[in-house]
Ligand binder design. Structure first.
Ligand code: DSN
Length: 424
């Protein structure tokens, strides 16, 4: 992969002088992001405003507590920043209460668990192998170690979530918390029915919307806000903010939730990252953000249709959102997700291997690829370019990692990246 060691725009100029070794690494990553097509469904390219906020002097400030109730002096301006982020988040999602301090999505989820559960209580959630998330109860994760986790999966026939099955499991296992949301699920999630089922069995309902938060803001996916006690999200995927988390909840849970984030599991909030959230939420409130989200979905559908036309089988037959799961076995029974991920990287197309439901291969190999369109849509690719990219994906995978094929595609990817520069 091409990599420059010097940047002539003055980017990171101080690091360049003071720490040339680190500078080379930073510039190589700038170069990689600029010259590759980023199709990992959970990644995006933030605006320069978000980058500046995250790189601001707010990183110097301790602010344990909440606005106007801090344990440190000198918090006047960080209080304003946190209030701004909270105000904008409430406006975006229409929630009663928001906590913008979680450092990550996992910590957002942990705080909710600690707000309503005792160790050993039962959680009902989507299996990671069927599109769930580590923090929804994987055995090796804190969530699987501290709680009694029962997983639902997708139906073998439709590869979608079967609400009758969820209802049956909820009545059988009587969870204290029903967790909804996913990190690799290409279809619309029926939060209203999940909320109804939670009420039937007296469970709390937590919706983790990390992947689809931007789509929800734009009205392209139903919002869980009216149907869930807690809604957690990361802020860096379709929402296109800094790498971090956030929790929204009904007013009655606000006090318990805030005290679980601080002092429960975190100390000082990352005020520079909260400033980045405020900047990103300001951008998401603008009409252009809805247009951007529509383009993400349009690009995902275009990519899904193009891959299907090339013979690929997509889990559940397609996508309703920003991502798809490609089952490689149909066209290439001998090729693993790991092979395909590596070969595509050589060609400058970045995706991740992913289990498909009922996968017989292990998670380090997999039979699938997860592909998403949020980042390439940010740089401006539209349906015409996406169809070309589908052809390149097929060409590279079908060549079984043939070096010259990857190099040919790589040069075309470079040319396309040149025509669609990053926003910073
Ligand atoms: N690891 C993230 C993803 O790629 O979906 C979820 O946290």
């Amino acid at each position: 992969m091409a990599s420059s060691t010097v940047d002539d725009t003055g980017l990171y100029a101080t690091v360049r002088v003071q720490d040339p070794r680190l500078y080379e690494m930073l510039i190589a990553e700038v170069d990689r992001q600029s010259n590759c097509l980023e199709m990992i469904a959970s990644e995006n390219h933030v605006s320069r405003a978000v980058l500046e906020a995250v790189g601001s002097v707010l990183t110097n400030k301790y602010a344990e507590g909440y606005p106007s109730k801090r344990y440190y002096g000198g918090c006047t301006f960080v209080d304003q920043v946190e209030d701004l982020a909270r105000e904008r988040a409430k406006q975006l999602f229409g929630c009663d209460h928001v906590n913008v301090q979680p450092h990550s999505g996992s910590q957002a989820n942990m705080a909710v668990y600690m707000a309503v559960l005792e160790p050993g209580d039962t959680i009902l959630s989507l299996d990671l192998a069927h599109g769930g998330h580590l923090s929804h109860g994987l055995k090796a994760n804190f969530s699987g170690r501290f709680y009694n986790v029962v997983h639902y999966g997708v139906s073998r026939q439709t590869e979608t979530i079967d609400m009758d099955d969820i209802r049956r499991m909820a009545h059988e296992h009587k969870p204290k918390l029903l967790v909804t949301g996913a990190s690799a699920y290409p279809r619309t999630i029926d939060f209203a029915t999940f909320g109804q089922i939670a009420r039937e069995v007296g469970a709390y309902h937590m919706a983790d919307i990390a992947h689809i938060a931007g789509l929800i803001v734009a009205g392209l996916h139903p919002s869980p806000i009216p149907h869930a006690d807690f809604v957690t999200t990361t802020t860096h995927k379709t929402l296109r903010g800094p790498r971090a988390g956030m929790i929204m909840c009904k007013a009655e849970h606000a006090k318990a939730l805030d005290s679980r984030i601080f002092p429960g599991i975190q100390g000082g909030p990352l005020m520079h990252v909260i400033a980045g959230k405020a900047a990103a939420f300001g951008e998401a409130l603008k009409p252009e953000f809805k247009v951007y989200q529509r383009r993400i979905v349009e690009n995902a559908k275009t990519l899904a249709d193009a891959l299907i036309a090339l013979g690929y089988r997509l889990v559940s037959g397609g996508t309703d959102n920003h991502l798809m799961l490609v089952d490689l076995r149909q066209v290439h029974p001998d090729i693993t997700g790991k092979d395909a991920e590596g070969w595509l990287e050589q060609a400058g197309i970045i995706v991740n291997k992913n289990m498909i439901p009922f996968d017989e291969r292990k998670p380090t190999l997999t039979s699938g690829l997860r592909i998403g369109t949020p980042a390439v849509t940010t740089r401006g690719l539209g349906p015409a370019e996406i169809k070309t990219v589908a052809g390149w994906i097929h060409e590279v995978i079908s060549s079984h990692g043939h070096e010259q094929t990857a190099a040919n595609v790589r040069s075309q990817v470079l040319e396309m990246c040149g025509r669609f520069p990053l926003p910073h």
